[in-house]
Design a protein around this ligand. Structure first.
Ligand SMILES: [Zn+2]
Ligand SMILES: [Zn+2]
Length: 155
């Protein structure tokens, strides 16, 4: 019964009563102040919307455009300045904290940096995680080879 009540409540929640905290200005604003991320997406809650408010988005877009004008041009070799892979399309990367140009990246590097916190701390956590899981994976591989040995002995 509790669950049914919960669903009913969620469905009836008016979008206008929802708020979200902007990642840039850190203001708690009406959900309508955050643009939908996907065209045709019907938002019933706070999901599927930008993490920054429309005002900050506009400011950030203007800033990016101005920064692009004074930043180095796209590399002619068409190589990502992070991973070194050949790219079709470059993505303009800049530091959100200092507002300075960082480099021209492939899509994966650009999105990847963003998802991992866009800073050294976030990436170091990811590296530490991979190192740690790598050790665990090796342990599993050893287990597998032990199992194979057992099978060999039995046959
Ligand atoms: Zn904002
Ligand atoms: Zn790259």
């Amino acid at each position: 019964m509790m669950q049914l009540d919960f669903f009913k409540q969620t469905k009836e929640t008016d979008v206008k009563n929802l708020t979200k905290v902007c990642r840039y200005c850190e203001e708690e604003l009406d959900i309508e102040q955050f643009a939908l991320r996907y065209k045709g997406y019907e938002a019933k809650n706070t999901q599927g919307r930008d993490h920054i408010c429309k005002n900050c988005k506009k400011e950030s877009d203007n800033y990016r455009a101005a920064l692009k004008k004074v930043s180095p041009k796209q590399p002619e070799d068409m190589l990502c300045q992070c991973c070194g892979d050949k790219v079709q399309t470059f993505y303009f990367d800049h530091c959100h904290d200092t507002g300075t140009f960082r480099g021209w990246l492939c899509r994966s590097c650009n999105v990847g940096l963003g998802f991992l916190g866009d800073n050294i701390e976030g990436l170091e956590k990811a590296i530490a995680y991979l190192r740690e899981t790598d050790e665990r994976t090796q342990a599993v591989t050893i287990l597998d080879s032990i199992k194979e040995d057992v099978v060999d002995e039995q046959s």
